[in-house]
Design a protein around this ligand. Structure first.
Ligand code: PGA
Length: 228
């Protein structure tokens, strides 16, 4: 099971380090061993210090770093871009095509596909956010085989407190897997410690992508403890 914390445009470098320290304390006292793989995605500027902070600790379960996006271009004359080649030594995962990127930064399906390509070339696992089956088909149009992860994030559920029903999530996951057999699919959208169990108990749901509730390390630890 994969549990991804997406900090979005929140937390300074120091605050991310403090978050990691607090999360580590919670993890020490939880005594949990066979827990999910956790991926923490702070902003680009925090990645380097977060990488070192995570490495200093001995975790009970795998805790990796992820980026919230990457450039659709390779290294070169693309001012201000952060490329897969720059990220590959720091992160194992990268979120691609989050709906906030699609909405506020006009990220098109083509850009999403280019980003998947850049991530794969850098050996970083893309977590591709989709809210419609068309977006999944767009990935299929470029990649006949795809070894990344999808995150189903219905627009009505993101940051609204109105999580999607487990039934609809299950149905969507099955549709994705009819396009990419056995692909791993996460659910994202207003996940909390109170509702996570209803998603992670669905056999085909591989994990969750968490925004707001991940900012509080104590709530995030409780979410992990409640994941089935
Ligand atoms: P939320 O965000 O958990 O705050 O709804 C999820 C996401 O945008 O990935």
């Amino acid at each position: 099971m994969l549990i991804v914390a997406n900090f979005k445009a929140n937390l300074t470098i120091d605050e991310v380090n403090t978050w990691i320290d607090n999360f580590y304390q919670q993890q020490l006292t939880s005594g949990q061993k066979d827990s999910p793989t956790v991926v923490v995605c702070p902003s680009f500027i925090s990645l380097s210090s977060a990488y070192n902070r995570l490495k200093q600790k001995s975790w009970n379960y795998p805790v990796y770093l992820g980026a919230q996006s990457l450039s659709q271009y390779p290294n070169g004359s693309y001012t201000a871009e952060v490329t897969g080649q720059m990220l590959k030594d720091l992160v194992r995962y990268v979120i691609v095509g989050h709906s906030e990127r699609r909405r506020f930064f006009n990220e098109s399906n083509d850009a999403v596909n280019n980003k998947i390509q850049q991530a794969q070339e850098a050996g970083i696992t893309p977590i591709v956010c989709v809210s419609t089956i068309d977006e999944v088909n767009s990935v299929k149009s470029k990649f006949s085989t795809f070894t990344g992860v999808f995150a189903y994030e219905p627009l009505t559920a993101i940051g609204t407190g109105k999580a999607e029903t487990p039934e609809i999530v299950e149905e969507f996951v099955k549709s994705v897997q009819s396009i990419f057999p056995s692909i791993k699919v996460l659910y994202g959208g207003s996940v909390t410690s109170a509702n996570i169990g209803s998603y992670t108990k669905i056999a085909d749901v591989f994990g969750v992508l968490i925004g707001k509730s991940s900012l509080d390390p104590s709530e995030f630890s409780t979410i992990i403890a409640c994941a089935e």
